[in-house]
Design a protein around this ligand. Structure first.
Ligand code: 3PY
Ligand code: MG
Length: 265
């Protein structure tokens, strides 16, 4: 029961910043059981990465179900421009959708149109699984969905940086998600993948301040736990502490290293 409160209180928590910054898992391996396992850790939320990860709609819908079983809200990142998938994920009970490469107010408006019911957008009706998950009537779901789910626009190009205020001004956009990897490639004109540098930190601080000015929340990808801690200190409301593949391999590498050390000692 308390798990279900956590899921259904997610949009309020991320909007208000209450309860401290959110630390989310980031999963690209397309097996709902991965959500089951990682959700046992003290993550506040789970992201399914459908841009660079391997999820399809059916596995993502089941991943959202495993999040609900564990009492954790699930947010999904869609492939670039796939706004039809965004509304399908909300229909399946996702608590939010992250759209990569939102570079203009027009991109942001198209994303908001797919994820918000009128008057904010023109999301089409059919949230069968979402209603089952939430135990709501259809009428209650319609009345609360725009508020209870979040549309998050990724800022990760020069054009997006220049348009950040216009993107944040779009009514159906609830917050932004900064992609420091793509941003570092864009700002170096393709010369460097360097997401954790003072130059990128300057941009991140600027974007947190723009979010505060617009009354919207700020999310970001952190390459590991320490980086996630720094990003929370910078004022981000929602951070990633590394991806599933990396956490899996680091765990395996450290177990092998521990075994070899004892064997040699
Ligand atoms: C980026 O850093 O570019 C992202 O999209 C986060 O994975
Ligand atoms: Mg990116």
């Amino acid at each position: 029961m308390s798990g279900s409160t956590t899921i259904d209180g997610f949009a309020k928590r991320i909007r208000s910043g209450e309860g401290g910054g959110i630390i989310s898992a980031w999963i690209g391996i397309p097996d709902p059981l991965f959500v089951n396992h990682l959700a046992q850790e003290a993550f506040d939320a789970v992201v399914l990465d459908m841009q660079h990860g391997v999820w399809d709609m059916a596995s993502a819908a089941n991943g959202i179900g495993q999040g609900r079983l564990a009492g954790k809200p699930v947010v999904a990142r869609i492939p670039v421009g796939d706004f039809a998938l965004a509304s399908r994920l909300l229909d399946a009970g996702a608590s939010g959708v992250i759209a990569p490469m939102i570079n203009s107010a027009a991109d942001a408006e198209a994303f908001a149109r797919a994820t918000k019911y009128p008057p904010l957008g023109e999301r089409s009706w059919g949230p069968t699984l979402a209603i089952n998950h939430r135990g709501q009537s259809a009428g209650d779901y319609l009345a609360t969905a725009n508020e209870q789910t979040v549309a998050i626009a990724m800022i990760e190009t020069r054009a997006a940086l220049d348009a950040a205020d216009e993107i944040l001004r779009v009514a159906g956009i609830d917050g932004i998600f900064v992609g420091p990897a793509d941003l570092s490639i864009a700002l170096s004109n393709g010369a460097r993948l360097a997401p954790d540098t003072p130059e990128i930190d300057g941009v991140l601080k600027h974007l947190v301040a723009r979010c505060r000015a617009h009354g919207k929340f700020a999310c970001v990808f952190g390459s590991n736990g320490e980086r996630a801690g720094e990003l929370l200190k910078m004022g981000f409301d929602f951070v990633i502490a590394g991806a599933d593949t990396q956490q899996l391999r680091l765990g395996a590498a450290s177990a092998i290293a521990a075994a070899r050390k004892v064997q040699a000692g």
